[in-house]
Design a protein around this ligand. Structure first.
Ligand SMILES: NC(=O)c1ccc[n+]([C@@H]2O[C@H](COP(=O)([O-])OP(=O)(O)OC[C@H]3O[C@@H](n4cnc5c(N)ncnc54)[C@H](OP(=O)(O)O)[C@@H]3O)[C@@H](O)[C@H]2O)c1
Length: 274
């Protein structure tokens, strides 16, 4: 294959949906996941390499970089991530730290590990999967909002530093129907117990169900989202930002247009915090 892309977090969701799309478009794909078994259903081929990769583990990143040193790596998709939710005053420091280890520090460590290889390929690009919550913040998801804002900041700095050699594309999806909200339920651990007796108890009880229903009803499917990523991989002139989904587009516009006090009123009401 003349061009290869490495994708993190291919066990489910957007990363998983992107693998066959890239292969159909003529890319060789290095599909990575923490657990290789989760990739076993991908049809084998000369255009597919499966590698274990945990973005929080330096040894795992170094091993993955060594295992594709022979490939003409033209693109990297930093897709792996999860959401740590919870009212900020109840979130433990270790939960906030873990959120940043995966979504921010892991993403940058993977980027750094593959930059030397990407630099060798003309037209190379890195897609940093952020979120609409990298541009605006909602309540009860402070750690996730903060991590995705950090991804935006890192990508903008990186673009200034290396953009003339390797393009840096920020991907900012709205709600996508994936395993994301199930993982989120796991990541909140005993937060419902911590919320008991606090002003968040009632709000939190409905939070997850509300977000899930919203994503089911209005979210786009993972394949439609992955198609937008593929467009950015293939574009002759890589975009700086790819906003994915009507919600990402319109909610961002609404925040820019509304006076701050109105915006906060709408948000509090929407999340039952009024
Ligand atoms: N779904 C949405 O509504 C939405 C909206 C905006 C942005 N996003 C972003 O899109 C990206 C993909 O999410 P998704 O919706 O496809 O969710 P998903 O189905 O839960 O997929 C997340 C992927 O990240 C992997 N991952 C988590 N921690 C990892 C680590 N330490 N090392 C390597 N891989 C790790 C997961 O692997 P395991 O199976 O091993 O956990 C999984 O493959 C995330 O960055 C997310 O923040 C999603």
């Amino acid at each position: 294959m003349r061009r290869w892309v490495l994708i993190t977090g291919c066990s489910t969701g957007i990363g998983r949906a992107l693998v066959p799309l890239c292969r159909e478009a003529g890319w060789g794909v290095v599909a990575t996941a923490r657990n290789l078994d989760s990739l076993s259903e991908l049809p084998p081929g000369h255009d597919l390499r499966l590698l274990p990769l945990d973005v929080t583990d330096a040894a795992s990143i170094a091993a993955a970089a060594a295992a594709c040193a022979d490939l003409p790596l033209k693109a990297l998709v930093n897709n792996a991530g999860y959401a740590q939710v919870g009212p900020l005053e109840l979130v433990r420091p270790e939960e906030l730290r873990a959120q940043f280890e995966t979504n921010v520090i892991g993403l940058q460590a993977v980027t750094n590990a593959f930059l030397p290889q990407l630099r060798r390929e003309p037209g190379a690009r890195i897609l940093q999967v952020s979120s609409m919550l990298g541009r605006l913040s909602i309540p009860l998801a402070g750690p996730y909002n903060a991590s995705k804002h950090a991804v935006v900041a890192l990508a903008e700095s990186l673009r200034l530093e290396v953009g003339h050699e390797v393009a840096v594309v920020l991907v900012e999806p709205g709600a996508v129907r994936t395993a994301f909200r199930d993982t989120l339920a796991r990541a909140w651990g005993d937060l419902p117990e911590r919320a008991r007796g606090t002003r968040y108890e009632a709000v939190f009880a409905h939070y997850l169900e509300g977000r899930k229903q919203q994503a089911e009803r209005y979210g786009m499917d993972a394949e439609a989202c992955a198609r937008k990523l593929l467009l950015a991989l293939e574009a002759e002139r890589p975009p700086r930002r790819v906003t994915v989904g009507w919600d990402a587009f319109w909610v961002g516009k609404l925040k820019a247009l509304l006076p701050a006090t109105w915006w906060e009123k709408v948000m509090r009401r929407f999340y039952g915090l009024a």
